[in-house]
Design a protein around this ligand. Structure first.
Ligand SMILES: C[C@H](O)[C@H](O)CC(=O)C(=O)O
Ligand SMILES: [Mg+2]
Length: 395
């Protein structure tokens, strides 16, 4: 059945939390001396905002059909992504049937390939793609997970990312992933502090709780190997995440060969498209891939990435992504659990990941979410009318 055609595409931007979840005010755990590739420069070590982690802000894409039905999605990208959406990508949507998401994705990707392929442009494409899925769900009166073939389980189980895995355990999560604080530039003392932090957390959470470490691209293979080996042997660390640069596929392959048998190497949060993930699979870089659905190419591309992962016996546990993750994870056998990023400043309470941008954003209770909570048309969320959004490039 032909659907109402697309009549307008709007790109809006906003600041302060939302999809750019690093854009938090002072005192937040997410900006507390976290190890990064920029930590080799002492002046950019204390705070990620000091080197501009939050310069982009949130991008909101709205796609309106001729009957007035509007789908929307949020991602990181702000003003530069809004320009790309309004001035380049919109042309592939106006007058088209929203069910043509394959052709639309293909045209968005190949028309921008000469300046795109990864990063900001793919964030913009992801935002458009997710807004299209939201619109499709609303026009068909079905949740996105139903459009993907339906849930394969009745509830989602979550681990939490934040500074306090011990509190995450009390809140019912199955595991806790904490940020690494000291990079190689902080030498042996930094390494000792990193290990002491993991040890301290292990003693607080007990031996059976999953404990993981997020290194946010900050290490080299040799440091990561030493850290992983000791953290596994001494404290039973379950996985080491994004230890080195996402461009260093060779380094990931080496790290995976180096870590103790049983320990997991995870990455992919800053990887994009089926071609990027194919490198991770074919080079045996990791055990779990963690695409961010707003950064990897959107849902249309994630379905391809996930099928590739399945064929390589890899798990897909998306990075953050809130509702975009929940609607996807519940439909895949090789996505057995999901991440929840703790947005409370001291990681002591559950706050919706994209707070304050959305209304009705579901959150886990006792570390779990019933799939029935997702049973609303599209992704089942609305924009919060109290959040100020601008449209910098009205067409
Ligand atoms: C905590 C990490 O440094 C980052 O802010 C979030 C992340 O990488 C993750 O949730 O995974
Ligand atoms: Mg991560």
């Amino acid at each position: 059945m032909a659907l109402s055609k697309i009549r307008s595409v709007r790109a809006l931007v906003g600041r302060g939390g939302g999809a750019d979840y690093h854009d938090q005010s002072g005192g937040h755990w997410i900006d507390d001396h976290i190890a990064t590739p920029m930590a080799r420069y002492p002046e950019y070590r204390e705070s990620r905002q000091s080197f501009g982690i939050n310069v982009l802000g949130t991008l909101v894409v709205e796609i309106e059909a001729e009957d007035g039905t509007t789908g929307f999605a949020v991602t990181t990208g702000g003003v530069p992504a809004a320009y790309i959406v309004e001035h380049h990508l919109a042309r592939f949507l106006i007058g088209r049937d929203p069910a043509e998401f394959e052709k639309i994705w293909d045209q968005m990707y190949f028309s921008t390939q000469y300046y795109g392929r990864k990063g900001l442009v793919i964030n913009a494409i992801s935002g458009v793609d997710l807004a299209l899925w939201d619109l499709l769900g609303k026009l068909r009166g079905e949740p996105v997970h139903a459009l993907l073939g339906g849930a394969v389980r009745d509830e989602l189980q979550f681990y939490a990312t934040g500074a306090r895995p011990d509190l995450a355990k009390e809140l019912g999560f199955v595991g806790g992933k904490m940020p690494l604080h000291h990079g190689p530039a902080e030498g042996e003392e930094g390494l000792a502090r990193n290990l002491a932090g993991i040890g301290e957390m292990r003693s607080r959470v007990g031996k059976d709780f999953w404990l993981m470490l997020d290194c946010w691209m900050s290490l080299d293979v040799s440091y990561a190997t030493r850290l992983a080996t000791r953290a596994w042997n001494e404290f039973g660390l379950k996985w080491i995440e994004e230890a080195i640069s996402p461009d260093d596929y060779w380094g990931y392959a080496e790290l995976r060969r180096n870590v103790p048998r049983g320990m997991l190497v995870t990455t992919g949060e800053h990887e994009a498209t089926r071609w990027g993930f194919r490198m991770l699979f074919e080079m045996e870089c990791c055990d779990i891939i963690q695409p961010d659905i707003g950064w990897c190419g959107g849902l249309t591309e994630l379905l391809k990435i996930s099928a590739l992962a399945d064929a390589h016996s890899k798990l897909v546990v998306p990075h953050g992504s809130s509702v975009y993750s929940y609607h996807f994870v519940c439909t895949r056998h090789n996505s057995p659990f999901a991440e929840f990023l703790m947005m409370h400043p001291d990681a002591s309470a559950v706050v919706p990941m994209f707070h304050p941008l959305l209304q009705n954003e579901p959150v886990p209770e006792q570390g779990r979410l019933r799939i029935s909570a997702l049973d609303k048309p599209g992704f089942g969320v609305e924009l919060n009318p109290d959040v100020a959004l601008d449209r910098p490039f009205p067409n």
